[in-house]
Ligand binder design. Structure first.
Ligand code: HEM
Length: 120
């Protein structure tokens, strides 16, 4: 639904019909939302209050009516994959030094690893 009037958003005048894009890369690294935003700390999602309560603070699958259609599938797929991979120990042959920025951030190039089976 479109509002036909000019509006003010976060102090900025926005003309009617203006396209506004959100940038997960920047929001996910906003120090006003995330303590130590550059620090890889998956446990922050486990600790109570470890992630901002604001629903717009974290949106790896996008947000709003055009958010990722495959989100539930992807989360389930990742859980199943992890369940199979966790017993193995990966030995990385090389790790890409750069990231590729597209609709998601991903390693720029292959990340080859050898999986060592669990000791029996
Ligand atoms: C970890 C895996 C995935 C991530 C992080 C991801 C992320 C995203 C993001 C950020 C968008 C753009 C949302 C926007 O425009 O605001 C998107 C769109 C979309 N994704 Fe995914 N996605 C993933 C997996 C999947 C899978 C597995 C499927 C299908 C089985 C899928 C189907 C789609 C479709 C159809 C759209 C377009 C939705 C639209 O424009 O209405 N995604 N995804």
């Amino acid at each position: 639904m479109h509002n036909a009037d000019t509006d003010v958003l976060a102090g900025h005048t926005v003309e009617a019909g203006t396209d506004i894009l959100v940038c997960p890369y920047l929001t996910h690294r906003d120090p006003e939302l995330w303590p130590g935003p550059e620090h890889f700390d998956p446990r922050r999602f486990l600790a109570p209050g470890g992630r901002p309560a604001h629903p717009g603070a974290y949106f790896p699958f996008g947000i709003g009516p055009r958010a990722c259609l495959g989100m539930q599938f992807a989360l389930r797929e990742a859980t199943v994959l992890l369940e199979h991979l966790l017993p193995y120990t990966p030995a990385f042959d090389s790790v890409p030094e750069k990231a590729e920025h597209g609709i998601t951030v991903r390693p720029a190039g292959p990340t080859l690893a050898t999986l060592r089976p669990p000791r029996t």
